[in-house]
Design a protein around this ligand. Structure first.
Ligand SMILES: Nc1ncnc2c1ncn2[C@@H]1O[C@H](COP(=O)(O)OP(=O)(O)O)[C@@H](O)[C@H]1O
Ligand SMILES: [Mg+2]
Length: 171
């Protein structure tokens, strides 16, 4: 794994890390779990296939979950009540209108007793609470030294890794 670096702003700190494969994404989620607790909200940013559900699996494993984790694209939310705190994993990709979140009683999910992880949070803007942590995943094609390959249009299939950016609030 590459060296990670930290950039501190006025009230946020950002760490960057290179994730060479799926296992690295899961491991990054497990490590992130150690910094998460009840009452927190995590937004996961990145395109389709960026690794949002994969890092969620790592976070859940960090809390002791060992079963499957799939993106709740159609049901919008998947509860994990086998872990403590209860974790709600949202995927709002198919959300038509942020108002639908009001109908599903969104406020009951974002409580002091639960940890909420949200994919496609931008679809719920105005209704979702502010995140405590923003995890951003960017697929990149890199050479073996983790330098981005410039002409990515000419590279067939394989995206060979993800740049992970974690932004947390600093009190
Ligand atoms: N660091 C990585 N390098 C390469 N592939 C990865 C990495 N992390 C995850 N993947 C793969 O990316 C694919 C899409 O991941 P997924 O978590 O479903 O994305 P999303 O939820 O953002 O749509 C999966 O096949 C997963 O194995
Ligand atoms: Mg997903």
């Amino acid at each position: 794994m590459a060296d990670s670096n930290t950039v501190t702003n006025l009230n946020t700190a950002t760490t960057k890390q290179w994730l060479a494969d799926e296992a690295a994404t899961v491991q990054a989620g497990e490590q992130l779990a150690a910094q998460l607790s009840a009452g927190m909200t995590v937004f996961l940013e990145g395109t389709l296939g960026a690794g949002k559900t994969t890092i969620t699996r790592g976070i859940l494993q960090g809390f002791g979950h060992s079963g499957a984790v799939k993106s709740p694209t159609y049901t919008l939310v998947e509860p994990y009540e086998n872990v403590s705190p209860t974790i709600y994993h949202f995927d709002l990709y198919r959300l038509g209108d942020p108002e639908e979140l009001e109908y599903m009683g969104i406020r009951d999910y974002f409580s002091a007793q639960s940890l909420c992880i949200v994919e496609w949070a931008e679809r719920g803007v105005g209704v979702l609470p502010e995140p405590d942590v923003i995890v951003s995943l960017s697929p990149k094609i890199c050479d073996e030294n983790q330098n981005e390959v410039p002409d990515q249009d000419n590279v067939q299939d394989a995206i060979v890794g993800r740049e992970l950016c974690i932004t947390t609030k600093v009190l």
